[in-house]
Design a protein around this ligand. Structure first.
Ligand SMILES: [Zn+2]
Length: 194
């Protein structure tokens, strides 16, 4: 384990963000090496289960013709359409049966990059005693970034395991890391800031 890495314990939540087939190589909106983080995600899930921490599986879950798609003038090719093969979690991801499932981007006219944009999510975590969150997943500069910024703003001690994320573009990924640090998110496994 990397030095300084958060050790999961009861009262923590592990958020696995958008580790879906469409965001992995071969998918509709592939992140370079997006699938390479699956083994680490599985390790952390095992650690969470053993420690009685919550596991939260966040997924992009769009209706057909979603506002974020090119056909509607949005920035993205169609991806993670509800119930499509591409919207499934990566085949090798081993989520526990009691994982909390959070679906975002479900409203036709509105995109959601952050898990905390889903109404009631922060309260749900608080209601089960969560104080710290550890975030991994895709993509580093959109949904991981936004989720982490919202988590810290909501008062959670927020960690992002950088080796458990991947950006679409390296430059935007680096910018995201700076934004996270600036906001008080604990970025683990990061390279030197200079
Ligand atoms: Zn999306």
């Amino acid at each position: 384990m990397a030095s300084g890495a958060m050790r999961l314990r009861a009262g923590d939540a592990l958020l696995v963000v958008d580790l879906q087939r469409d965001f992995c190589p071969g998918g509709a909106l592939p992140v370079p090496d997006g699938d390479k983080i699956v083994p680490l995600a599985n390790e952390l899930i095992e650690e969470a289960v053993a420690a009685d921490a919550c596991v939260v599986a966040v997924r992009d879950w769009h209706p057909p013709g979603h506002a974020s798609f090119h056909e509607k003038g949005g920035p993205w090719p169609p991806h993670c359409v509800q119930n499509s093969a591409g919207a499934r979690f990566h085949d090798d991801l081993r989520l526990p049966e009691n994982a909390i499932l959070v679906s975002k981007g479900m409203a036709l006219e509105q995109d959601q990059y952050s898990a905390f944009a889903v109404e009631g999510f922060a309260d749900r975590l608080r209601s089960v005693g969560v104080r710290r969150v550890l975030i991994v997943g895709l993509t580093q500069e959109y949904c991981v970034r936004e989720s982490a910024l919202d988590a810290v703003a909501a008062g959670f001690e927020t960690h992002v395991r950088l080796s458990g994320t991947r950006p679409i573009t390296l430059e935007k990924g680096r910018e995201a890391v700076e934004d996270l640090r600036h906001a008080g998110v604990i970025v683990e496994d990061g390279e030197d800031k200079s």
